[in-house]
Design a protein around this ligand. Structure first.
Ligand code: DON
Length: 319
């Protein structure tokens, strides 16, 4: 059973206890074989569904791991959180709030209906429409420069150079008619200034960056640490931007399941369709998990179990 503690504590337990609890969370996650791997991006259908990694990074830079925490997978939608932070840093709270929004759609991450229902507004940066609009806002003279800034920025969050998975990128680029339609629809509503197909292409590349569960934990810990990467010591974004990003994740990070996630776990998080989830405990640290089997909303089943276990056992819940 999940550890009983549900209330927040002021700090994490000592090193030995965190190590033990990460192992326990891994075993708790491993007990589930529910869910299905994503197949709409053909390359993702080829991954080993048994892979499972868990990691916790503390704001003092300590990193704990269990299982396949060093196996690389594509970051997918988790990139949206960090590109959003980079754009907030460049353009500020007000402009991004007005252009991209901060409210949940209540609909799936790739919904076209949500755009139509809201006068073409993308609604929030975590659904595909808002993420494509956000990527288009990265200040740059060309698509190549926009991509370079995103790759550099996400690498700074991770504390190491993140590389593109060319096979995942090609596989998605060949099959992403829906995202291209979303980008073009935003253009029709005057909600995107750049060439929408070029923005979708950069978005597809950002989704194809390779990370590990341990990378996600460090990326989360950077937001937990007010924008400073606790492993490298580099400031990636301001404390205000880290705070704004976490507020958006709390309401939209798990799409139409965001309310359930907040109710069960009590922390901002972001999922990706390759099976990663990053979760942030402000002032304490980040949790990174990876397991490819997903629930109906596209969220890793084992990853959610391990995160729930850790949120309670480590006393992370912000409420
Ligand atoms: O645009 C897409 O459909 C993918 N590149 C990302 C979707 C995703 O990760 C949804 N999350 N659970």
């Amino acid at each position: 059973a999940v550890a009983g503690q549900r209330v927040s504590t002021g700090s994490l337990p000592g090193w030995d206890d965190v190590e033990r609890l990460v192992d326990e969370a891994y075993r708790y996650g491993l007990a589930s074989v529910e869910g299905d791997i994503a197949t709409y991006i053909p390359r993702l259908a080829q991954v080993d569904p048994e892979l499972f990694g868990v990691s916790v990074a503390e704001v003092d830079g300590a990193v704990h791991t269990a299982g396949d925490a060093d196996v690389a997978f594509s970051i997918q939608s988790i990139s949206k959180a960090f590109v959003y932070a980079l754009v907030c840093q460049e353009l500020g709270h007000e402009l991004v709030r007005e252009r991209v929004g901060v409210n949940n759609t209540g609909l799936a991450f790739n919904s076209v209906v949500a755009i139509e229902l809201n006068d073409g507004h993308p609604m929030n940066p975590m659904v595909n429409a808002g993420a494509i609009a956000t990527t288009a806002l990265v200040p740059a003279a060309s698509a190549e420069e926009r991509w370079a800034r995103i790759q550099d920025g996400l690498s700074a969050f991770a504390g190491r150079r993140l590389e593109l998975d060319g096979e995942v990128y090609t596989s998605e680029a060949d099959t992403n008619q829906r995202n291209r339609a979303i980008g073009t629809l935003l253009q029709a509503y005057g909600r995107i200034d750049q060439d929408p197909l070029a923005a979708v292409d950069v978005y597809t590349r950002q989704c194809s960056l390779l990370v590990t569960a341990a990378d996600l934990a460090v990326m989360g810990a950077t937001l937990a640490d007010g924008g400073v990467n606790p492993v490298t010591g580099d400031r990636v974004v301001s404390a205000e931007v880290a705070r704004d990003t976490l507020a958006v994740l709390a309401s939209t990070g798990l799409y139409e399941r965001s309310g359930e996630w907040l109710f069960e776990i009590g922390l901002p998080g972001k999922s990706g369709v390759a099976g990663g989830i990053v979760t942030v405990s402000p002032g304490k640290g980040g949790i990174g998990v990876f397991s490819p089997r997903l629930d109906a909303a596209g969220n890793s089943v084992r990853g959610q179990r391990a995160t729930r276990y850790l949120a309670r056992a480590l006393g992370l819940d912000v409420f």
